[in-house]
Design a protein around this ligand. Structure first.
Ligand code: XMP
Length: 523
């Protein structure tokens, strides 16, 4: 396995993903983990991530010195290169020119890391790489033992190597897809240089995960809050295979779900798979508490709190349960660890991590803790869940509560559900020239209810009704997103159908804001 030390870059997670795509298990830990931890971890190699900080702002952001003393290969990326250079005796200076985005890198000399990996070759025989850079500082003197490995026009030292110690550092980011050969470079590092075994794959993982759950849980009973989202669904399927009837799922209908969602969840899990599911219809309770509340953060808190309340009441009825299962996935783990060390900035209070355990006195069972979203989906397929469920767009915990702007009312939720269902149906039915549906070509799509009325005309009559906004985005990581360039004909069909089929709505608009500056959800 490979250890990644995180200095707070937005793209650190991608390093772990690329390494796992090479078939090698990897974990991300904060850059300031203890020396003992690093020694005991037994990594075949260590990668130092980038950071949002510059070396000057961050005198204390260093890798523990032990990283360079273990005798394993080390790869520094961007900030990771600076800290490696500084810690091993080189110098780093602020540059007068910031380099951000696309760059062309020329390989220098021969190194095991880059040899034979290139996008093109110059007439004088140097490999050229198309890469993505993001930095302000520069290495200006090499630490002793190092040689130059790569350079660009504006950054003469864009890669350094000490091949005797197997220390490598790159100024550019090999983990992002804009660096065309990035995955190949990381594969070279972990497989050839570190000699890690590529034995991380899904079928093995399924049996491993099932065995692990059985060992952990024994004969105890387990409760799971099943939301119908991808993560909790996969947990339900996994636990059902591992421990059968020792699992009880609690499905809370908060009145803010999508059209027919409760029905679908009960069909898939209770009737098709034979999972024990308690279906709690708590719509009135949620709506009651949301009455008169229009502040988004307040709404989120109420919905989160009521969920805990309802869930707790159900849990009390299952006194034999010793475990609370949760669909926590690896990005959640890193995000909450990041939030603790203040490396990440909280824009919205997502309520799917934490909250429940302390009040319930149950032990936590988080079988997806080590997996990325795409791995969770693969696992779901391997466990036999329907493709459409596993590849569903994400749906926020507070549901339509944050898609009805301002005060939430049942009347609004009913209108929104129908408009949303039409939009999604059309996205699923419309295929592009390449045969993929627009649902699959977008990362998240939904309708938003705007509690404003506008004037329209229908037949001979004047209408004065509500507006819905359509939102569809494309993104890799949900931290940045582009609005989707849906075909106008598709938008036209959706708009016509919504206005004709949903009485109470007479205007449909399309959201053309990117993230940033807008967020994906409207609240
Ligand atoms: P934003 O709106 O912050 O959304 O750009 C990014 C992603 O997070 C989802 N989201 C949430 N998920 N609880 C959740 O479980 C929440 O409170 C919440 N708020 C936003 C959003 O749907 C998008 O996928």
């Amino acid at each position: 396995k490979i250890l990644i030390l995180d200095f707070g870059s937005q793209v650190t997670q991608l390093i772990a993903r690329r390494v796992r795509e090479a078939g090698v298990y990897s974990e991300i830990h904060p850059n300031d983990v203890s020396e003992e931890f690093i020694r005991a971890y037994g990594a075949k190699g260590i990668i130092l991530s980038g950071s949002h900080a510059s070396t000057y702002e961050a005198q204390d952001l260093r890798a523990p010195q032990v990283v360079y003393e273990l005798g394993v290969p080390v790869l520094g990326i961007c900030y990771g290169m600076f800290t490696m250079a500084v810690q091993l005796g080189g110098t780093v200076e602020a540059s007068d020119k910031r380099e951000f985005g696309y760059a062309e890198v020329r390989a220098r000399g021969h190194t095991q890391l880059l040899d034979g990996i290139q996008d093109s070759v110059t007439p004088d025989g140097h490999g050229m790489l198309k890469v993505w850079m993001s930095h302000g500082d520069k290495v200006t003197a090499l630490p002793s033992g190092f040689k130059l490995m790569a350079s660009t026009d504006s950054c003469p030292i864009a890669g350094i190597a000490d091949e005797a110690r197997k220390f490598y550092a790159l100024q550019f980011h090999p983990e992002v897809t804009h660096t065309v050969q990035g995955a190949a470079i990381l594969r070279r590092f972990v497989l050839d240089i570190c000699g890690a075994t590529p034995d991380w794959n899904m079928p093995d993982y399924v049996s491993e995960a099932i065995a692990k759950v059985r060992e952990q849980v024994g004969k105890d009973e387990v409760i799971l809050g099943l939301s119908g989202g991808v993560d909790s669904s996969v947990v339900a399927a996994l636990l059902h295979q591992a421990i059968g009837d020792q699992l009880t799922c609690v499905f809370v209908d908060n009145g803010l779900l999508r059209l027919n969602e409760a029905e679908q969840v009960m069909q898939t899990f209770a009737r098709n798979l034979g999972v024990k599911v308690i279906h709690v219809d708590a719509a009135d309770q949620f709506m009651g508490h949301l009455k008169g509340v229009s502040d988004p953060e307040q709404k989120r808190k109420i919905i989160g709190r009521e969920f805990v309340e309802v869930f707790q009441a159900e849990a009390k009825k299952l006194p034999k349960a010793k475990w609370l299962a949760q669909g926590t996935i690896y990005p959640d783990v890193i995000e909450s660890a990041g939030a603790k060390t203040k490396k990440a900035n909280t824009i919205k209070s997502h309520h799917n991590v934490g909250g429940l355990p302390e009040t319930l006195h149950l032990k936590l069972l988080e079988p997806l803790r080590e997996l990325f979203k795409d791995e969770v989906r693969e696992l779901g397929v391997a466990l036999g869940l329907p493709h459409d469920m596993v590849y569903r767009h994400p749906f926020p915990g507070p549901g339509l509560g944050v898609r009805i702007l301002g005060e939430v009312k049942k009347e609004y939720a009913d209108l929104l559900r129908r408009a949303d269902a039409i939009f999604i149906e059309e996205l699923r039915n419309n295929r592009d020239a390449d045969g993929r549906s627009w649902y699959d070509k977008t990362s998240q799509a939904f309708a938003v209810f705007l509690p404003v009325k506008s004037v329209g005309v229908m037949g001979d009559g004047r209408t004065y009704e509500y507006v819905v906004a359509l939102r569809a985005v494309q993104t890799q990581d949900f931290m940045t997103a582009h609005w989707a360039e849906l075909p106008h004909a598709l938008l036209a069909t959706v708009s016509n159908r919504i206005i004709n089929e949903v009485r109470g709505l007479n205007r449909v608009v399309y959201d053309i804001s990117g993230k940033p500056p807008a967020t994906i959800e409207w609240e």
